[in-house]
Design a protein around this ligand. Structure first.
Ligand code: UDP
Ligand code: MG
Length: 156
């Protein structure tokens, strides 16, 4: 099982898309193990987007991400990092395919609704920035055996 960080960015919250976007991840079968609404401060935004420091869009990105509240989620599942990135779609709303979150809900190339960790290393680092120890709640889902085939002993 992998756990990844998803952020519903300020545009998603302002546009009242929280429920529909979280619903996409729930519908897919991912388990939500952490969730909170927060205003990202300058220091946290800079740490989160450290890999993009110096790029042309960096200052605007930091301003956007600190401009209004976000909802951060920790979602868990087999292949959660790669699958959730596919569900988000291409970075630019204009390029994102219909059926993806960015493709269905947005057209902007910078206000693109969602962040998702792009690798196991990013997920570990980013979850650590947004969730304290004890804030990710491991729990057994009653429906687990219908989301995954558990008959072999390992989820398929
Ligand atoms: N971004 C932007 N202009 C660009 C590239 C990126 O405004 O030309 C923003 C956009 O919000 C994007 C974020 O910076 O989601 C991080 O960029 P990245 O390339 O990591 O895209 P992502 O992983 O979010 O698809
Ligand atoms: Mg990225």
């Amino acid at each position: 099982m992998e756990t990844t960080l998803i952020i519903l960015k300020p545009d998603a919250v302002q546009r009242s898309l929280i429920g529909r976007i979280i619903g996409r991840f729930e519908d897919k079968g991912f388990q939500i193990v952490g969730v909170k609404m927060m205003l990202i401060d300058q220091a946290l935004a800079e740490r989160h987007y450290e890999p993009h420091r110096g790029k042309g869009f960096y200052d605007g990105l930091i301003k956007f991400m600190t401009s209004s509240p976000v909802v951060v989620l920790a979602i868990r599942g087999i292949g959660a990092i790669e699958i959730s990135r596919k569900m988000m779609g291409a970075t630019f709303g204009a390029d994102a395919l219909p059926g993806t979150i960015r493709g269905d809900f947005g057209v902007s190339n910078s206000f693109n609704l969602v962040h998702g960790s792009d690798s196991a290393e990013s997920a570990r680092r980013e979850l650590g920035l947004f969730f304290g120890s004890g804030e990710l709640l491991d729990h057994v889902r009653a429906v687990e055996g219908w989301v995954y085939d558990l008959s072999s002993g390992t989820p398929e």
